[in-house]
Design a protein around this ligand. Structure first.
Ligand code: 16G
Length: 179
């Protein structure tokens, strides 16, 4: 099995540091009936990974070859790309995904920042706290691996959701130039 990152690192997460509440005993080990949380695998393109991503934004055409190459490119950048997914073992489909990306800096004592990206849960699986679980795990993973800050961009109606994990708006403008 070719994982993007070592799944054992997830075992090291200090679950007692969680900032938000989970109902019905939902946790990393028990995400829900038939569901498992794990790192992205190189063959997840066959588990509708890209179809899931199309619920977030435009995916475009990505061949299996391109998917595998991008996966290996990410994997080679050790300590940089942590993509967590939720698989429904009963359908063999990826139903949730979220990424944590580390950016190396000279500032902050040669520290690193983390970015939470591409948080998406299949519409049929909403209301099961899966997005919350993915983001909470990545926030704790960021803390574990050492970041001086974590950041993300989201739609205004998602601000309340991210506040659950300790994110807050600050006085900097988010600027963007699209191509
Ligand atoms: C949201 C996502 C971002 C994603 C973007 C895609 C989160 C927290 N934010 O901003 O990660 O890349 O949507 O939209 O998941 P775009 O295709 O318009 O960039």
């Amino acid at each position: 099995i070719n994982y993007l990152f070592d799944p054992n690192i997830l075992e090291e997460i200090d679950w007692s540091k969680i900032k938000c509440n989970f109902q019905n005993g939902v946790s990393y080990k028990k995400p829900g009936d038939g569901l498992v949380v794990r790192p992205l695998r190189d063959d997840d393109i066959h588990r509708d990974y890209l179809l899931l991503m199309s619920q977030l934004t435009k995916v475009g055409i990505v061949t299996e070859e391109q998917f595998k190459k991008r996966f290996e490119d990410m994997k080679r950048c050790e300590g940089t790309y942590y993509i967590l997914v939720i698989e429904d073992k009963s359908t063999n489909k990826i139903v949730g995904s979220s990424s944590l990306i580390f950016e190396q800096k000279f500032i902050h004592s040669a520290g690193q920042r983390g970015r939470i990206e591409d948080v998406v849960v299949n519409g049929d699986y909403r209301g099961k706290q899966l997005g919350k679980l993915l983001v909470q795990l990545l926030v704790l993973l960021g803390e574990l691996l050492g970041v001086y800050k974590l950041s993300l961009e989201c739609k205004h109606d998602k601000v309340g959701f991210y506040e659950n994990f300790g994110f807050a708006k600050d006085d900097q403008a988010f600027m963007i130039r699209r191509f």
